[in-house]
Design a protein around this ligand. Structure first.
Ligand code: SAM
Length: 235
């Protein structure tokens, strides 16, 4: 399905394909998932060590194909798990409604990230929390477009009047090396062999991901960290 989005027409084919791969119940789909190597990253547990309980109303932005429990799930496309189809650049909600807003790996896909940050700040309740996750060093991935990358400094620069509470790295430098190495190897493979190359290299390399458990607290992780996060609170 195509949607007219600000200056362009966008297509949900890449997001539908991602969802199909994750959920296909055919024997091919299941075999493919079974052979898929573990993810090339570990998550930083520090990120979620924050006292920010869910409230009566909580908003998850960009959760197509996911079912985030306790959240109203808003996405640009009507895919499984989505409660409300809308463009987050103009949220169809009253001011001061949500206790928590989650915006995870979405801002790189939107035309005007500042507009979404402003909308999230507007619809957040005083005392409510906004959690933003963005890629800093990550391969190109169109869901449905891919416009940019962010540092923690960039998120602070775009802060729409909220109080920054905590920031850091969700996925670290080793994740960056591994995701780029996998993409690089696939550049040399014919299309039909790319899943095989990904599978073999992915299984061989994934144990290296645990090195990030040592690197998360290293201040130099920011040189080549993979995804960073920030928690904001509305005063
Ligand atoms: C990379 S995916 C997010 C991944 C998700 N957090 C997860 O872990 O599965 C980006 C999502 O943002 C949605 N999206 C992109 N632009 C949007 C917009 N302007 N408003 C609402 N959702 C948008 C896409 O349709 C897609 O589902």
């Amino acid at each position: 399905m195509a949607r007219i989005h600000a200056n362009s027409i966008v297509n949900d084919a890449s997001i539908r394909e991602l969802h199909r791969q994750r959920t296909a119940s055919s024997w091919r789909g299941r075999l493919r998932r079974w052979l898929t190597p573990p993810l090339p990253y570990v998550l930083n547990r520090e990120e979620l060590l924050i006292d920010a309980p869910l409230g009566q109303w909580n908003l998850y932005i960009g959760g197509a194909g996911a079912q985030p429990e306790g959240y109203l799930n808003l996405d640009l496309f009507p895919l499984p798990g989505v409660d409300l189809v809308a463009d987050a650049e103009s949220l169809p909600f009253t001011d001061n409604l949500f206790q928590r807003i989650e915006c995870d790996a979405v801002l790189e896909h939107v035309e005007r990230p500042e507009a979404i940050l402003k909308e999230m700040a507007r619809t957040l309740k005083p005392g409510g929390f906004l959690h933003v996750v963005v890629p800093f060093a990550h391969p190109f991935h169109e869901y449905p477009r891919d416009y940019r990358r962010f540092s923690i400094d960039a998120l602070l620069l775009m802060n729409p009047g909220l109080q920054p509470v905590k920031s850091g790295w969700r996925t670290g430098p080793t994740a960056t090396l591994l995701v780029f190495l996998l993409e690089y190897a696939k550049l040399w493979a014919p299309k039909a062999l790319r899943p095989v190359v990904h599978g073999i290299l992915g299984w061989l390399l994934f144990p290296l991901r645990y090195l990030d458990l040592l690197l998360f607290r290293n201040p130099r992780a920011r040189q080549i960290g993979n995804h960073c996060y920030i928690w904001f609170r509305k005063p």
